[in-house]
Write a protein that binds this ligand. Structure first.
Ligand SMILES: Cc1cc2nc3c(=O)[nH]c(=O)nc-3n(C[C@H](O)[C@H](O)[C@H](O)COP(=O)(O)OP(=O)(O)OC[C@H]3O[C@@H](n4cnc5c(N)ncnc54)[C@H](O)[C@@H]3O)c2cc1C
Length: 317
């Protein structure tokens, strides 16, 4: 791997953004590709009708690691994040994608680009979509850093005849999310329910409108438990919304429901992680970072992305 080669980062979630930010700051050429319409990954905000917005992925982040705490402090000072709900919780402002957008500021980011194939070209890599069309204007990359969830990263690696030891061990729990707007009395608490009982229907219910920078109002986000989500994994979103709404009525006084929608996260929370900060193979320039390395938190995904960037810089110093 040469010091001058361009680095492709697949995935513009917090891990990909952290890696890109560090490499860019060190003077490396970086291109970030994401299949989504915008950056953020599971730090996501979904728009509904009538300007409704829901944080339907990660609800908040903590900052226990001093490195990440310093970054969060800088976000808070610049209005990119703010405390919410006590217990050291922070949220992005005005939405959960804001911290990721901040890290990617000034970086070559290409959204709406689903990478389907990694193609070896001498010592370089080229990227192609499902139709075989070249991505990133056919650029050659000295290194490709994967930050999509491990099943998606493994598929890309397998297509190129490669592997990263440990990656296949990662396991994720799914999560069905209900997004709801209603005209009833607002729930009294920001966090209406947090439940670790595996048999519960809901693992989490929160008043989305209570978050700083959001429009106050009767918007709720409810995450079904891993067990409930697994059992209903292949159900239609409309049916899931119906069932979760019925279950939610038993927990929260709801008025007239103006909007409801369900979203399925197939890979939501890491249940088994690699246990190392990142994976990298210097002989191929292929690497992996994300919550699959250290565990199911925004903070861990950030630290993993940063670790991968440091590893690449160390290998090409
Ligand atoms: C419902 C839910 C609730 C959560 N709650 C919390 C919480 O309260 N607190 C907390 O700390 N964490 C929470 N998490 C976990 C947290 O969101 C994740 O740990 C973290 O955001 C993972 O970041 P990442 O960069 O590793 O992956 P991701 O955010 O998943 O980013 C991966 C990116 O890769 C892209 N991608 C995938 N395949 C391709 C491809 N082939 N080509 C191009 N791009 C591709 C995706 O579009 C995505 O943007 C929650 C997650 C979910 C889903």
């Amino acid at each position: 791997m040469s010091r001058d080669g361009t680095i492709a980062i697949i995935g513009a979630g917090i891990a990909g953004a952290a890696a890109a930010h560090r490499l860019h700051a060190a003077g490396r050429r970086v291109v970030v590709l994401d299949k989504g319409r915008g950056p953020g990954g599971r730090m996501a905000t979904r728009r509904g009708p009538d300007s409704l917005r829901f944080d339907h992925g990660a609800q908040y982040f903590t900052a226990r690691d001093p490195l990440f705490a310093a970054v969060v402090e800088s976000w808070a000072a610049r209005g990119v994040a703010a405390p919410w709900g006590g217990a050291g919780r922070h949220v992005g402002t005005p939405g959960m994608t804001a911290p990721v957008r901040d890290l990617l500021d000034g970086i070559d980011l290409r959204c709406g680009r689903a990478v389907d194939r990694l193609v070896r070209d001498g010592r370089d890599w080229r990227l192609a979509d499902a139709e075989g069309a070249a991505l990133a204007d056919g650029a050659a990359f000295a290194s490709v850093l994967l930050t999509c969830p491990s099943p998606q990263s493994l598929a890309l690696l397998a297509g190129a005849g490669h592997d990263l030891p440990g990656l296949a061990e990662v396991r994720y729990a799914p999560c069905w999310t209900l997004m709801l707007a209603h005209d009833g009395p607002p729930a009294p608490d920001a966090v209406v329910r947090e439940d670790r009982d595996p048999d519960a229907t809901f693992a989490w219910v929160a008043r989305d409108g209570s978050k700083p920078g959001r429009e106050a109002g009767g918007t709720l986000v409810a995450h079904a438990s891993p067990a409930w989500s697994r059992a209903s994994l292949e159900c239609a979103a409309e049916d899931v919304a119906e069932q979760l709404l019925a279950a939610l009525r038993d927990l929260v006084p709801l008025g007239e429901v103006r909007h409801r929608a369900a979203h399925r996260w197939r890979y939501a929370a890491v249940e088994r992680a690699v246990g190392e900060p990142c994976l990298f193979a210097p002989e191929t320039g292929l690497g992996f970072a994300g919550d699959g390395c250290l565990g199911p938190r925004v903070e861990f995904a950030y630290l993993s992305g940063l670790a991968l960037a440091e590893r690449v810089l160390g290998e090409t110093a």
